[in-house]
Design a protein around this ligand. Structure first.
Ligand code: JHZ
Length: 405
């Protein structure tokens, strides 16, 4: 088990982001009266596995049994997953009697696209989100990936041609057990397709706010390959995708399945060696720059506040919990956060207690500056706030590159 290996192995911490609440634990008004739970957010490098990981694990039931993130909120993601469904449908020649399973299927946006090719089923641990998917006609089992879930699917629908886990694999503590269940679920020649944030991109773009308790592991191709080799699986292709500041789509098969490995895999491995992703010093240098970014942002906000400028924010993504808490920005600095996800509106941001409002509020209370916390949707959100921008409201983009537009 990888967590066991990590405990035995030599992991060294390189970045301490302080204590933060779970990134998606938005509070109801009532919840403000109670003490919130904060957990250490520390990042380590394991020399043996060349793997970056958190050293404090928040139990998964606390994070995922009720969820507020709805994938389809942004057009960018609706388009991304619709396109991904077509890529998989065509690449694996999925047909009416094929089966695609999505683990952590959220509101079912990927399966919605796959449905026109083959049979589908989702596995989603958050009861409210699974109910949403089912009500949208996407058959979804409300559970984590367990042996019982896998057996039910095999019994009712057979083995899977494709199993997907997008933005789920980095969230899973016991990946050995997880992958054993995926292998059981897959046909002998089936494909396991994951999407993960790529830690090389995180380092190069300095998008450190993507570090929060839901993400236990921060993968590179080197660390992924090291892991898959221990469980009889082989990476046979990799594509770069530009979600979340830079991610990888990784195609994995059972090792006995000998599909030729695409050049992309060795290209990534060589590039990572060149960029010294196997060395602790690379990560220590990244950590140093994280603190420089923090100081830059705090200084800019403080200067504006001293100048009596009103600041609000757009987007209450999970990553904003890291950024705001790490930079000690509170409701004294940021008046409100606009989010288009109805499950977040009316609540208060974890740790900072900044109120989350809908976009009508922005129209009625136009600030001097709008901090773009969902910086990964810069173009989509800039379009939405264009008319306020034209009236003089400025937009602060905190990451990857600090800029004021
Ligand atoms: P977004 C999610 O992280 C959650 P987050 C999860 N834990 C994970 O692992 C990562 O993805 C990878 C809002 N928004 O997608 C919607 C608008 O309001 O960057 C979201 O609240 N209007 C699974 O939460 C937030 O911004 C808009 O027009 O960091 C974006 O969250 C748009 C475009 C977005 O993921």
């Amino acid at each position: 088990m990888i967590t066991q290996m990590l405990k035995e192995g030599s992991s060294r911490m390189f970045l301490d982001l302080g204590k933060t609440p779970p990134a998606n634990k938005f509070l109801e008004k009532e919840g403000l009266k109670h003490q919130e739970e904060f957990f250490p957010l520390r990042v380590c490098f394991n020399e043996k596995l060349k793997l970056v990981h958190l050293d404090h694990i928040v139990p998964k039931e606390k994070l995922f049994s009720h969820y507020v993130y709805v994938t389809s909120t942004s057009k960018t993601f609706r388009d991304h997953f619709t396109k991904m469904a077509d890529t998989l449908g065509q690449r694996f020649r999925l047909k009416k009697d094929s089966l695609a399973v999505d683990i952590g299927s959220n509101d079912g946006i990927l399966l919605q696209g796959l449905k026109k090719y083959c049979n589908i089923v989702g596995i989603e641990p958050a009861s409210n989100i699974a109910a949403l998917a089912n009500s949208n006609g996407i058959e979804t089992i409300n559970d984590f990936l367990t042996n019982a879930t896998v057996e039910t699917i095999i019994k009712e629908k057979g083995h899977a041609d494709v199993v997907c886990a997008t933005n789920v694999f980095a969230h899973t503590e016991n990946i050995t057990e997880f992958v054993e269940l995926v292998k059981k679920l897959l046909k002998p020649d089936g494909a396991f397709v994951i999407e993960i944030q790529y830690f090389l991109d995180t380092i190069e773009t300095m998008t450190f706010d993507n570090i929060y308790h839901e993400h236990l592991y921060y993968y590179t191709v080197t660390s992924l390959q090291n892991f898959f080799n221990t469980v009889g699986m082989t990476i046979f292709d990799i594509e770069h995708v530009d979600t979340h500041g830079g991610s990888l789509r990784v195609y994995v098969q059972k090792s006995e399945n000998n599909n030729p490995q695409r050049m992309a895999v060795s290209d990534y491995l060589m590039a990572e060696k060149r960029k010294k992703l196997d060395s602790f010093e690379t990560y220590a240098a990244f950590a140093k720059k994280v603190f420089e970014k923090k100081l830059r942002l705090i200084a800019a906000i403080k200067e504006l506040r001293e100048d009596s400028k009103r600041i609000a924010a757009y987007g209450a993504p999970a990553k904003s919990t890291t950024l705001l808490n790490f930079c000690n920005l509170t409701k004294e600095d940021i008046e409100y956060i606009v989010d288009d996800n109805a499950l977040k509106v009316g609540k208060f941001a974890p740790g900072t207690h900044i109120p989350v409002v809908n976009s009508f509020h922005l129209g009625a209370h136009i600030p001097d500056y709008l901090l773009l916390l969902a910086w990964n949707f810069k173009d989509e959100i800039l379009k939405k706030v264009e008319r306020y921008h034209e009236k003089g409201m400025k937009v602060i983009v905190p990451l990857p590159k600090f800029e004021i537009i």
